[in-house]
Write a protein that binds this ligand. Structure first.
Ligand code: KIV
Length: 297
């Protein structure tokens, strides 16, 4: 049985911190699930971390569907939240309902996530009325990167903080079961966490949110290069994997992989003499076919 949105909300009431991780594939989802991570996000960050785009904007519903199905197959217990990509929910609430419905029905997700505040509250309400749990996302909303002017800290002025609080309350009233807060000052996130009854899940929003979400490729340091300030590498997989690939390539070049241990001998009813006879037979046939004017056909 999977974790439910009601259980996630109960964790806030009990004062239990909520860990969440992005996952994009079967293998990672299996490991995170086994490790007891209760909530997995098939984030549209996969556009950048897995598909190599510069932003999340090119990510389509079909891409998220494809990865959501893999994450659902890989997990048994975690609640799987699928991100709604750019323009799959901003056009009309009916459009949003159809697209969110696909992520639940075809993708197997238990909830969806949308970016934005007051402007998308009616859409959130429409999905929730239809029985689809919705997670909100405020602060740095990467689908608005062109408007925000980069991936940078938000809520830096009294006006912006006021708007953030209003947006958060509008989303809570519309029925979100939890709210991601990305790249906002820690004291602002703390105040908002106390203001809301639904759990806040921070990323670059300080230690006082009800939960934390990290991008799995950051957590594992899977991509070479420096990490964003808010990320902490719990493993150095870029180094580990590059080293494994290098040693494999060296072994192949040196002829030290594979050995007998990774190879299969002749089947019991074929011996070396029969093998040599088969080689001679097929080579002779081939030569004979090559002598025909039509090339043997
Ligand atoms: O797409 C994503 O991975 C996200 C997280 C950063 C919250 O939205």
């Amino acid at each position: 049985m999977r974790v439910t949105v009601a259980e996630i909300q109960a964790m806030k009431r009990r004062g239990e911190r909520i860990p969440m991780l992005t996952a994009y594939d079967y293998a990672t989802a299996r490991l995170a699930d086994q490790a007891g991570v209760p909530m997995l996000l098939v984030g549209d960050s996969l556009g950048m971390t897995i598909l190599g785009f510069a932003t999340t904007l090119p990510v389509t519903l079909e891409m998220i569907l494809h990865h959501t199905q893999a994450v659902v197959r890989g997990s048994e217990r975690a609640l799987v939240v699928a991100d709604m990509p750019f323009l799959t929910y901003q056009v009309t609430p009916e459009d949003a309902l159809r697209n969110a419905g696909r992520l639940i029905q075809e993708g197997g997700a238990q909830a969806v996530k949308l970016e934005g505040g007051t402007a998308i509250a009616p859409t959130v309400a429409r999905l929730v009325q239809a029985g689809i749990p919705v997670m909100g996302h405020l602060g740095l909303t990467p689908q608005s990167v062109n408007q925000l002017g980069g991936f940078r800290l938000q809520a830096k002025t009294p006006t912006a903080i006021r708007q953030l609080f209003r947006d958060a309350l509008a989303l809570q009233d519309a029925g979100v079961f939890a709210l991601v807060l990305e790249l906002i000052p820690a004291p602002v996130a703390r105040a908002l966490t106390h203001m809301l009854t639904v759990p806040t899940i921070g990323i670059g929003a300080g230690p006082d949110c009800d939960g934390q979400v990290q991008v799995v490729t950051d957590l594992l340091h899977l991509l070479p290069g420096s990490l964003p300030r808010h990320a902490k590498p719990y493993a150095e997989l870029a180094d580990v994997i590059t080293d494994a690939f290098r040693r494999y390539a060296e072994d192949v070049r040196a002829g030290t992989f594979p050995t007998a241990e990774q190879s299969f001998g002749l089947p019991r009813d074929v011996d070396e003499a029969q093998l040599a006879a088969l080689v001679a037979e097929v080579q002779a046939e081939h030569v004979q076919r090559g002598e025909l004017p039509d090339g043997g056909r």
